[in-house]
Design a binder for this molecule. Structure first.
Ligand SMILES: [Fe+2]
Ligand SMILES: [Fe+2]
Length: 252
């Protein structure tokens, strides 16, 4: 596999592989709509949570407002079912430069990495819409699965530990997505498989960026928290789950 070097650190970061039962369910024809719609939502959520982090921790008020505006047409399409998805093609660029909050201890690196990540997630979001259009799959709202919630409920309630935890969780979500795209690719048709492979490089970098930031913003060694979330994450992936989604556990 040409991308095995890319996947090696991800596979060792994750405590378990995606179970075969999940791959079987995800490649069933009747589940293609759920896989794609949930993937679409994951791309938007990834952009939203990165944006939440820079708005809350890093930028001044004016920049925070510009960020909200940036995301608006994407959110309107999903939550209000308003707008033409094709018009989002060139909306993933941010024209305004971001000004760090004067009292933010977290700084420019958080902003730079997260703005870059948001751009890429919004581009992925558009690409999933394109694929859905090609496959004739209409968007419908679906409920979120237990995965992200299952990790977020362990986030510490004080700073900077809370931010560190959120960044580590971000790293796990990115890493698991990347692992699942790689696992799915050989089992789906070429168009979709090529798309999944095209996502690996950026998702692999996103997981690294989250981890690097987590370590940068605090003075303690984060490896104990990484280990903690590794087990929570692996548990969510390897235990029975009757709600089939992109990040669900073993189909019950
Ligand atoms: Fe993405
Ligand atoms: Fe990502």
């Amino acid at each position: 596999m040409p991308y095995s070097a890319l996947l090696a650190p991800i596979q060792s970061f994750l405590q378990c592989e995606t179970p075969d039962e999940w791959i079987v369910a995800a490649t069933k024809k009747e589940n293609l709509d759920i896989v794609l719609i949930d993937h679409l939502i994951c791309e938007l959520k990834a952009a939203q949570s990165a944006m939440f982090l820079i708005r809350k921790y890093a930028v001044d008020k004016e920049s925070a407002d510009a960020l909200l505006e940036w995301l608006k047409p994407f959110e309107t399409l999903i939550y209000k079912r308003d707008g033409d998805w094709r018009e989002l093609a060139d909306k993933n660029k941010l024209t305004k430069s971001m000004i760090p909050k004067s009292d933010s201890p977290y700084g420019q690196d958080l902003i730079d990495k997260m703005v870059m990540l948001i751009k890429e997630e919004l581009h992925h979001f558009y690409q999933v819409l394109e694929i859905m259009d090609e496959y004739g799959i209409e968007y419908k709202s679906i409920t979120p699965c237990r995965y992200a919630k299952g990790m977020l409920r362990h986030v510490k309630t004080y700073e900077p530990d809370a931010l560190v935890d959120k960044l580590i969780i971000g790293a796990y979500i990115e890493a698991r997505s990347c692992e699942r795209f790689a696992k799915l690719a050989p089992h789906v048709d070429k168009r979709l498989g090529d798309f999944y492979i095209s996502l690996l490089r950026s998702e692999a970098r996103h997981y690294q960026d989250y981890l690097t930031l987590a370590q940068e913003i605090c003075e303690f060694d984060i490896s104990e928290r990484v280990e903690f979330f590794a087990h929570i994450e692996a548990e969510l992936i390897s235990t029975p789950d009757d709600d089939f989604k992109f990040h669900s556990g073993v189909p019950a």
